[in-house]
Design a protein around this ligand. Structure first.
Ligand SMILES: [Zn+2]
Length: 316
């Protein structure tokens, strides 16, 4: 049976409000106490082990540290999702990048998880500097790419919602989304090698299949969402693609549990309906694949991966 992976980006309410330019983010509102137990319950029900990408600034707080502890206790992998969750990570200097990665690691390990070996940036972009920093720090994989042509839509959405002065043009763009492979490959960097595990998009069509995209379809029609995901799984099986499915806390939260996020796609779907869709999605995935976390997915991808030279990427 082919392998598939499930990962959860533990983006908190404050991070969405920050990217949206809502000053309420500074009070650091959190929905982790509502979302994490619910997600862990669904994972346990489905009997699967996943990877949770945790933001360092959350792991430093009591509710975030408690989340890391419960995720670790349930046997899931905890990986690094940056410290401050700024989607303009690619504008950081190399020293700032190194600090961002290291601070999140410290917070995550202080909360009781093993030292992370996987990283996902908040803006779906990779740079040469980032990959070198990760290789230097002994990371085994990066999972920051989303190979889709939906990029221009995401950019238009961000430009409409980003805070004044936030980086705009460089976001969601270029190589990492449009031409990047849909299957794992190996980055060769000046500081060593690491594997890139893309967030899988629909094979051939390259449209997203992650949780929040399915919820947007669900808002139009539940049948459309299920049909879309079912078609993606059939294509993955036919073409030998091992899917890596991305989830977020908003995939199980209703609008009342995420105050200030009414602008966000899919928030009109009630929490209970979202949980029902997630159960269906994970059960469908399990029917056809052996479901593991992203670290295990990378380990199983083996040694025959295609090489890419990170030296050909923009430095930052
Ligand atoms: Zn995120």
């Amino acid at each position: 049976m082919n392998v598939a992976s499930v990962s959860l980006d533990l983006d908190n309410l404050w991070a969405y409000l920050k990217t949206h330019g809502d000053p309420a983010w500074e009070r650091r509102p959190s929905f982790l106490p509502a979302a994490v137990p619910r997600l862990l319950e669904v994972f346990a029900e489905q009997g699967l082990t996943a990877t949770v990408f945790v933001v360092g600034a959350d792991a430093e707080r009591d509710d975030g540290a408690a989340a890391v502890a419960s995720i670790t206790a349930a046997g899931h992998e905890v990986a690094n999702h940056s410290h401050r969750h700024e989607p303009w990570l690619h504008r950081y200097s190399r020293a700032e990048l190194a600090e961002e990665v290291a601070r999140a690691e410290e917070a995550i390990t202080a909360a009781g998880a093993p030292r992370p070996v996987g990283f996902r940036g908040p803006g779906y972009s990779v740079t040469r500097d980032l990959l070198e920093v990760l290789a230097e720090r002994g990371y085994r994989y990066d999972a920051s790419t989303l190979p889709t042509w939906i990029g221009p839509l995401a950019r238009a959405y961000h430009n409409r919602t980003a805070p004044p002065g936030a980086e705009r043009d460089g976001l969601f763009g270029g190589f990492s989304r449009v031409l990047a492979p849909n299957a794992p490959y190996r980055w060769r960097t000046a500081a060593g090698e690491l594997v890139e595990l893309p967030v899988t998009t629909m094979p051939l069509l390259r449209v997203p299949i992650h949780g929040s995209y399915l919820l947007q379809l669900h808002q139009v029609s539940p049948r459309l969402a299920r049909g879309h995901f079912g078609a993606a799984l059939r294509l993955c099986r036919a073409l030998g693609v091992s899917p890596s499915l991305l989830l977020h806390p908003t995939d199980v939260l209703g609008a009342a549990e995420a105050p200030g996020m009414e602008f966000f796609p899919g928030m009109a779907v009630p929490g209970a309906r979202k949980v029902e869709l997630l159960r269906w999605v994970l059960a469908a995935l399990r029917r056809h694949f052996e479901v593991v976390g992203t670290g295990e997915h990378v380990a199983r991808a083996g040694s025959g991966l295609r090489d890419r030279d990170a030296g050909r990427l923009a430095r930052c």
